[in-house]
Design a binder for this molecule. Structure first.
Ligand code: ADP
Length: 688
């Protein structure tokens, strides 16, 4: 195969990754597998970060602020020269779509793993990009993207397109300088506002106008081009679930896609890439309109000239490693596969785990990860089907300097339903402590009926806000689980080191009743009479060490909690056993199962009640052993605390004492007899 004249690649054996977090780790993983030496770069805030730990070598760029480190072109080029890195992978964000950076690398003779500077520039301006796309026969949202920026002309164009319209800054990005205009009367004010914003953000006031689609889906096509004129598409991703134009859940393939539409969109995307002389991995974003009367019209939105955050869903359904493709193309090789050789297998989802608080308007969160783990085996998950791309590990700090995305959870299934079930199990198995995350919110999204039904559009979160953020309704099983954790903690606190040496007779004199109040942690102030608070009565099941009888809202059930490995526990309610993760965060019990995360605050609302329960009329054996002696006669009056019976177990003698003033009504065992754990030893009659 002959190299085109523009080809200028030097073979490289060392790759510098000019990024941090999960993407730096992910790129290095493939680079290592391909036998390349890896170089990380870091800011002072990241000196011991995971991407630095995993790299063969690492070079400090500067202080924590991105401007002075990850965005410092000179420092990055210098780091490459110092380490002999022949190529730089930019990841996403930072310098990935910076034409000046690419030119600096060209000048230094370092290979940029990405497109030429000219292709980045061609997509940098929205109006110019639209003009070129129209040229290449790529469908555009009806609208105006001309040079004439006269107010009256723009208004006339908007009237012509028909309201609502969307005003966008030509130089824009990140949603800045963008406004929906509902009617002609609002137009001038919106135009003035957008121009001010655009001037402030981009130093440019040019605007374009688009028809505003009210229920579009965000469907993007992964394209790949090499330096030999080959271009393919690796199908599409649906990224409609967004908040503030930030993607949250992505999937591939897009639900409801037909083979014909897929081919049409894919070919349009490849045309778009070829039009601008593209090389490497790129994404052409479309709005896809399935709303009434629309049978899948699609319109070019923009092209991202880099590897996307959500590229793993494409890898899952195609079985290809896109970073390997990028590196091969950067080395001057031809694309590994032709279009006909690419196929879709199954369905994939990606959920983005952010350090942020959904309950507080998604405010970014910081802190130290006291635990960051995922127990795949414990959750019965197939490691082939679940992938966690993360840039952090237990013990790492999450600072406010960078993007709050901690990790991406990617799953694969034979079909959408199976993949979604796996996503939910995997989200439940993800154990993140120490930093607030959106994990529970992701679970609410992924279990939402509208998401399960693939009723997708870019306003999904907005539309379903009422149900996604509704005040939490708890179920009996959740109250029961939290109550058990609380009760068992109380039971443990009542026990001293030796199970025999207890003064309050907690277990010996069980069962007695303990009352616990449970509520949403947001309602801790409320008292027990409030609707937000539920009172659970717990009483030891007779003859067991772990069982309880719970009364919750008038319902009585037999309940027990069995610790499993790690934070996993089994909660059995009336013979129905369920596995979940449970941990205590002070007085808050955090429980996670495939249906989501539950947090309940508990407090005890009585003292141990020794008094007048028929329940206290028995004494049970705390463990297997032998009766050594009976110390009183049946019927004899005794005072509270007086020794009644001696048992031997594990080569030690243990004395049962009277739980209250009263008398022993009858002994069930004689000296010399063996007793099993939980056997009733004697009937005790407390004084009236
Ligand atoms: P930016 O570059 O500022 O992110 P985009 O042009 O990529 O702006 O648009 C961002 C988001 O706005 C899209 O993902 C989509 O959800 C929405 N959007 C853009 N254009 C339209 C349109 N014509 N109609 C409806 N929604 C749109």
């Amino acid at each position: 195969m002959s190299h085109s004249p523009a080809t200028r690649t030097t073979p490289f054996d060392t790759l510098l990754v000019a990024n941090r977090g999960e993407i730096a780790c992910r790129v290095m993983r493939t680079a290592r597998r391909m036998g390349l030496r890896t170089v990380a770069v870091y800011s002072d805030a990241d000196a011991t970060a995971r991407h630095v730990r995993e790299a063969d070598e690492a070079v400090r760029l500067g202080p924590a602020a991105a401007r002075e480190s990850y965005l410092d072109v000179e420092a990055v080029v210098e780091a490459a020269q110092r380490t002999g890195a022949g190529a730089i992978h930019p990841g996403y964000g930072f310098l990935s779509e910076n034409g000046a950076f690419v030119e600096a690398l060209d000048a230094a003779g370092i290979t940029f793993v990405g497109p030429p500077a000219s292709a980045i520039a061609a997509m940098g301006d929205k109006s110019a990009a639209k003009a070129r796309m129209a040229n290449a026969g790529v469908p555009l949202v009806p609208g105006y993207h001309g040079d004439d920026q006269d107010d009256a002309l723009l208004k006339a164009e908007a009237d012509e397109i028909g309201y609502p319209v969307l005003l966008k800054a030509s130089a824009g990005g990140g949603g800045k300088g963008m406004r929906v205009v509902e009617s002609g009367e609002q137009f001038q004010a919106a135009l003035d506002g957008c121009r001010r914003e655009s001037q402030a953000a981009f130093g440019d006031t040019r605007m374009l106008i688009e028809k505003y689609l009210t229920q579009p889906r965000h469907v993007e096509v992964q394209v790949f081009c090499d330096r030999h004129g080959n271009g393919v598409y690796l199908f599409e991703r649906d990224c409609s679930v967004q908040r503030r134009h930030q993607k949250v859940l992505e999937e591939a393939p897009a639900p409801g896609m037909t083979a014909a539409l897929r081919r049409e969109m894919g070919e349009a995307a490849v045309r778009a890439a070829k039009e601008i002389g593209y090389v490497g991995a790129g994404t052409v974003e479309f709005l896809l309109d399935f709303s009434q009367g629309q049978d899948g019209s699609f319109y070019f939105m923009e092209m991202n000239t880099r590897l996307q955050v959500e590229h793993p869903v494409t890898e899952m359904i195609t079985g290809q490693d896109l970073v390997e493709w990028q590196l091969r193309v950067a080395m001057g090789e031809a694309l590994p596969l032709a279009q006909e050789a690419l196929t879709i297998t199954g369905h994939s989802f990606e959920a983005r785990l952010y350090a942020e608080d959904p309950e507080q308007d998604f405010l970014p969160a910081t802190g130290t990860l006291t635990r960051f783990a995922m127990d795949l085996a414990g959750a019965g998950l197939d490691p082939e089907r679940v992938r966690l791309d993360s840039g952090v590990a237990t013990g790492d700090a999450v600072s406010m300097h960078y993007d709050p995305m901690l990790a991406k959870l990617i799953v694969h299934g034979d079909d959408r339903e199976q993949a979604l079930a796996t996503l939910n199990r995997a989200l439940a198995a993800l154990d993140v402590q120490g930093v607030v995350t959106n994990r529970a919110f992701l679970q609410r999204l992924a279990t939402h009926p509208a998401f399960q039904g693939a009723e997708l559009d870019t306003r999904f979160i907005e539309k379903n806000e009422a149900t996604l953020f509704a005040p939490r309704q708890y179920r009996i099983k959740e109250y029961a689980g939290a109550a058990l954790v609380g009760l068992n903690q109380l039971a443990r606190e009542c026990e001293s080191d030796s199970p025999w040496d207890r003064h309050d007779g907690f277990r010996l004199n069980a069962p007695h009743t303990i009352r616990i109040a449970l509520c949403d942690p947001a309602h801790v102030q409320d008292d027990e009479s409030s609707d937000n608070v539920v009172v659970v009565e717990g009483r030891r099941e007779r003859g067991t060490d772990t069982g309880w009888q719970l009364t919750i809202r008038g319902e009585t059930l037999t309940a027990s909690l069995q610790p499993l490995e790690g934070d996993a526990v089994a909660v059995t309610l009336d013979g129905h056993r369920r596995r979940l993760q449970a941990r205590r965060d002070g007085n808050v019990v955090v429980m996670v199962d495939p249906s989501g995360e539950t947090r309940l605050f508990w407090r005890r609302i009585d003292a141990i009640d020794h008094g007048h329960h028929e329940a206290e009329s028995t004494l049970t054996a705390p463990m297997h052993g032998t009766v050594v002696a009976l110390l009183v006669e049946a019927g004899q009056k005794v005072e509270k605390g007086m020794p009644l019976m001696v048992m031997e177990a594990m080569k030690m003698e243990h004395t049962m004492t009277a739980p209250a003033d009263g008398h022993v009504a009858s002994f069930h065992f004689q000296a010399g007899e063996t007793v099993g754990q939980g056997d009733v030893l004697l009937e005790f009659a407390p004084e009236e």
